[in-house]
Design a protein around this ligand. Structure first.
Ligand SMILES: Nc1ncnc2c1ncn2[C@@H]1O[C@H](COP(=O)(O)OP(=O)(O)O)[C@@H](O)[C@H]1O
Ligand SMILES: [Mg+2]
Length: 324
């Protein structure tokens, strides 16, 4: 059996003990939804307006009710449910795989799982990280932080984003390091859609200062290049280095035609990370290749998607090892 949260092998059931504790409020696992995909979309029309969660994909808020079932609600939801869009079959399985990898490589990651509609189709469900004992924690995404409209979410570089999170966290290098690591991660898994609205900072409940404490747990990760017709928009959602906006790329990028480890050293050093720190971030991925590949194999994605995902990850590991 495979744990629907961690995508690791387990003896029985749908969730490992630890996953149950992390994901379910009363620690009683819920194995299935009580409505179909069709009912989700019918309800969606009625409920979506009141929802505080934006984004591109259709989603609804859920709570766990007294019968220990997931129930669709307009306000006060503790979970977010995202089915695969019509035009992206298996997006739910794909997102869950990306999230499980994110967790296994040590990135703080929103708790999420695959769960089936009554008709057997898999959906993606995520536990809200911004709710603590009925209170809502304050989060801000980087489009808002840069004062940009949502449509301009691709209009900054990761270099600028890293400088901004340092400023917004009152100079915390740990936050810079965390975001830097997530950029490497996006490159590794072929996620070319980690734009400014998919990076957010959060404040703890008792924080009354202007500074944010940390990045939110990782969310909205996808193995984009494993889909049948991946969009041809390049390697990453944002330019890695600022000057790429003017068409100037690093010497190494010009030589290889893709980002290599050298580009990440260049970026990391520019935003204040020591070479040793950058090295340990990259090496963490080299050490964990087998674990990552295992997660892909255990995931609920179809075989072709797994094959593409694994090939891409192996290629990206090779690229990240180039540092001459
Ligand atoms: N587990 C979560 N807890 C709290 N907020 C979340 C969670 N996951 C996503 N969000 C918020 O909801 C927004 C939309 O979710 P996201 O997964 O990015 O959907 P989309 O694929 O539509 O962009 C995100 O930008 C983020 O602010
Ligand atoms: Mg998003």
């Amino acid at each position: 059996m495979i744990c629907r949260l961690t995508l690791e092998k387990i003896e029985t059931g749908n969730f490992s003990k630890k996953a149950i504790k992390n994901f379910f409020e009363k620690y009683n696992p819920i194995d299935k939804l009580t409505f179909s995909r069709k009912e989700f979309f019918n309800k969606g029309l009625k409920y979506a307006q009141g929802m505080s969660i934006s984004g591109v994909q259709e989603k609804l808020s859920l709570i766990i009710n007294d019968n220990n079932e997931f129930e669709i609600v307009t306000t006060g939801g503790n979970y977010i449910l995202k089915p695969s869009p019509e035009s992206f079959p298996f997006a739910a399985e794909n997102e869950q795989c990306a999230m499980a990898i994110s967790r296994i490589v040590g990135i703080e990651t929103a708790y999420s799982a695959n769960i089936q509609f009554t008709d057997g189709e898999e959906a993606y469900i995520s536990k809200r990280y911004d709710r603590k004992n009925g209170n809502k924690l304050h989060q801000e995404d980087l489009a808002q932080a840069f004062n940009l409209q949502s449509d301009d979410k691709y209009k900054k570089s990761y270099e600028e984003a890293l400088h901004l999170v340092r400023e917004m966290s009152g100079g915390k290098l740990s936050v810079v390091k965390d975001l830097f690591n997530r950029i490497v991660f996006s490159y590794l898994i072929g996620n070319d859609d980690m734009h400014l609205k998919n990076i957010s900072l959060i404040k703890d409940m008792d924080n009354k200062t202007v500074n944010y404490d940390r990045l939110t747990p990782n969310y909205d990760q996808l193995l984009v290049h494993a889909f049948p017709n991946p969009p041809q928009i390049g390697f990453l959602a944002l330019d890695l280095l600022k000057e790429e906006g003017e068409g100037i790329f690093s010497k190494m990028y010009d030589k290889y035609g893709y980002y290599t480890g050298s580009d990440f050293y260049l970026l990391g050093e520019r935003v204040g990370l020591r070479a040793q720190v950058i090295k340990s971030i990259l090496e963490n991925y080299f050490k964990k290749v087998n674990e990552i590949i295992n997660i892909v194999d255990n995931s609920f994605m179809p075989v072709e998607m797994k094959t593409k995902a694994k090939a891409l990850i192996i290629d990206r590991i090779k690229a990240l090892k180039i540092i001459d």
